[in-house]
Design a protein around this ligand. Structure first.
Ligand SMILES: NC(=O)c1ccc[n+]([C@@H]2O[C@H](COP(=O)([O-])OP(=O)(O)OC[C@H]3O[C@@H](n4cnc5c(N)ncnc54)[C@H](O)[C@@H]3O)[C@@H](O)[C@H]2O)c1
Length: 286
């Protein structure tokens, strides 16, 4: 197995920017691709700020931070990353969009490049079907937020994923300092099958006046020993991402209990998406 020297990361949002940064600090060149130049600028600013903070806190030397920053290339065109020997798709949680991107990935990247997706909930088999006889190269490589900090990578094989693709994914995740854990290809896998309905229920508890958001979070932190309450976590993940994941669970598993809470949908409609817009359940503008 040849060592991975460069990774293309498709999407420069919350997750894509974290994956590119994590790759760079692991000594791997990263192509950060996004159709939105605004998002590319935000990712660059986030990387600069995080590297500077790492140096200030003594977690890395200035030299290492500069070397890692220099490993990331930003571009709006996927073709700029054509020489990458790995690709992770981290665009919005929308199956139509992801299928379109996978077809494009097939054209741009070499024949032995693994086509990984960071989807939170969409079936790997379904995405892989789009690339037909190349489905053996498709795998779920599910990082967690914030990527440079969180240790887990959920590894999800689709029906056609080859053993070699799985082994190479495990090797890469370990090289990036992660602990890969397998999960089967069912909507939401393990993490979001369990977490998202709890977050959705917290919105119902708020909507029905069981308690105020601060108190819901405080109760879950102190009572369940969570490091962060479910509503704060929803802001961190992105309320649109939470809504999209619940819709996948609802559609795929066919049970009413997975339908996204009206209050969650209302906040998304108002553009209150959480940390990334400065306001979600809580207000971060001050
Ligand atoms: N937010 C989380 O905590 C979290 C955790 C694990 C996995 N995920 C998954 O990771 C993926 C990305 O989530 P996110 O939170 O980073 O979303 P995000 O909304 O922060 O970013 C998505 C990015 O995709 C870009 N994009 C859209 N179409 C594109 C295209 N055709 N080519 C390139 N880029 C395109 C958008 O411009 C945007 O920058 C989703 O599948 C999500 O379910 C999210």
């Amino acid at each position: 197995m040849a060592e991975v020297r460069s990774i293309a990361v498709i999407g420069a949002g919350t997750m894509g920017s974290g994956i590119a940064m994590n790759a760079a600090t692991s000594g791997i060149d990263a192509f950060q691709i996004d159709v939105s130049t605004e998002q590319l600028d935000r990712a660059r600013a986030y990387h600069r700020k995080t590297f500077d903070r790492g140096v200030e806190k003594g977690r890395m030397t200035r030299e290492d931070a500069d070397a890692a920053a220099a490993r990331i290339v930003y571009d709006a065109e996927m073709s700029a990353a054509k020489d990458a020997d790995w690709v992770v798709e981290a665009a919005s949680e929308d199956i139509v969009l992801k299928k379109k991107i996978f077809l494009q990935m097939l054209e741009v990247f070499g024949d032995d490049v693994v086509l990984a997706t960071n989807t939170s909930s969409i079936s790997i088999t379904d995405i892989a079907a789009e690339v037909e006889d190349q489905a053996y190269r498709v795998i779920g490589m599910h990082f967690f937020n914030p990527v440079p900090v969180m240790k887990l990578v959920e590894v999800i094989r689709g029906l056609a994923t080859s053993d070699e693709t799985v082994q190479r994914t495990i090797a890469l995740a370990e090289r990036m300092g992660k602990t890969p854990v397998p999960a089967n290809d069912r909507a939401g896998f393990v993490s979001n099958r369990v977490l998202m309905p709890m977050i959705n229920e917290a919105f119902y508890a708020w909507m029905e006046g069981v308690s105020e958001p601060e108190h819901i979070d405080e109760i879950m932190k102190l009572g369940c020993n969570f490091p962060m309450g479910p509503l704060r976590l929803a802001d961190f993940i992105g309320l649109d991402v939470c809504r999209d994941i619940m819709m996948v669970l609802f559609r795929e598993l066919g049970r009413e209990k997975y339908f996204p809470c009206p209050l969650l949908r209302q906040l998304v409609a108002a553009g209150h998406l959480g940390n990334k817009t400065g306001r979600g359940v809580f207000d971060y503008s001050k």
